[in-house]
Design a protein. Structure first.
Length: 351
């Protein structure tokens, strides 16, 4: 065990790492980010003496400080909302060794009662568990006192957008900017964040491609090329000619689209149209249409930027719940390979 942890580089995996108390911690592939994370980890460990029993409030406060540095604003806000409420429910000065499962149960019954959705309750419990799991990872405490709390089973909210619904969405959008973002996702299967951030740098006009490098967005895990059909090409050319500095898909004011802006626009359309959907549903519609058209699932996963077939399999599950799709599959599976003559006594064997 090294008494003085250091940032090290592993050429085979092209990643930086450090070893703390016998545990290897992956610090990522970017040198500057690896050193920043390493320094933050060392600072967190130094704040709590070895073997100390820290106060719950101080530990959660330190976790939120780290979260503000390392996580997205949305993730930080998620943890902050639940953790501040949880801390207020505890008696002042409560230490980690004194924290019991009933503290979480008491808080949950008031802040997130059983009448709430199962996923909401599950996420609330996860948010409270996370600071203590983080403290274990950092070597601040030996174990989490609430790591074994039983959580509701996660449920998947199935939201399937149809082509008919998508046509209604496009017809209801009055401005070119929002309509083109939605159409681009429908024609390419891009994630909403990818559609918002593409620039001239990613747009290969001659090759009629979007070249998305690893790390382009948080979910872009590897390099991939997205071919453009005629409609998608026309959209990209038109916007790239207008804005060649930074992302070229812009709103009506000429500003880069923000995530919340797309969320708000979809929310207003849901009220107007009377059915539920999100911008991400458009990407799933692309996937469903591709599968129904017979596109190979492995090639489709690659095209959409997935490292495996899990998401494609979930979409298959959506298709399998549709009676029309299953009837078509049955007719395809039972299509006769030759004609069988039929008389009044039944089917005659072929001669």
């Amino acid at each position: 065990m090294s008494r003085h942890p250091q940032v090290r580089y592993r050429p085979a995996r092209k990643t930086y790492y450090c070893q703390i108390d016998g545990t290897v911690v992956n610090l990522g592939k970017k040198q500057q980010e690896a050193h920043r994370r390493f320094n933050a980890m060392m600072a967190a460990r130094a704040e709590f003496a070895e073997g100390e029993d820290p106060e719950v409030f101080k530990l959660i406060h330190k976790f939120l400080e780290q979260c503000a540095i390392e996580c997205s604003p949305g993730t930080y806000g998620f943890y902050k909302l639940h953790l501040e409420s949880f801390v207020k429910s505890l008696e002042p000065g409560l230490r980690v060794s004194q924290l019991k499962k009933h503290h979480v149960t008491k808080w949950m019954n008031r802040a997130c009662p059983p009448s709430r959705a199962a996923n909401t309750r599950r996420n609330a419990i996860r948010s409270v568990q996370r600071p203590f799991n983080w403290a274990v990872e950092e070597g601040i405490i030996p174990r989490s006192p609430i790591d074994k709390i039983k959580k509701p089973k996660a449920t998947s909210r199935q939201v399937e957008l149809t082509d008919a619904q998508f046509k209604k969405i496009i017809a209801a959008i009055k401005d070119e900017a929002f309509r083109d973002v939605m159409l681009l996702m429908r024609e390419t299967g891009l994630r909403p964040e990818e559609a918002r951030k593409i620039s001239v740098r990613e747009f290969d006009r001659e090759g009629r491609l979007l070249k998305l490098a690893e790390g382009f967005t948080a979910k872009t895990k590897e390099d991939r090329e997205v071919p453009l059909n005629d409609r998608a090409m026309e959209i990209c050319v038109r916007w790239a000619d207008r804005f060649n500095d930074g992302p070229f898909m812009r709103n009506t004011r000429g500003n880069v689209w923000r995530k919340q802006a797309l969320v708000d626009r979809c929310a207003r359309l849901r009220v107007k149209l009377g059915f539920h959907f999100t911008a991400y549903c458009v990407r799933h519609l692309f996937c469903v249409s591709a599968l129904e058209a017979g596109v190979d699932p492995i090639k489709l996963a690659r095209l959409m930027g997935h490292s495996d077939l899990q998401m494609i399999q979930r979409v298959y599950g959506q298709i399998q719940r549709r009676a029309d799709a299953m009837r078509a599959a049955m007719e395809q599976a039972t299509a006769p390979t030759f004609d069988l003559p039929i008389d009044g006594m039944g089917v005659q064997a072929p001669q």
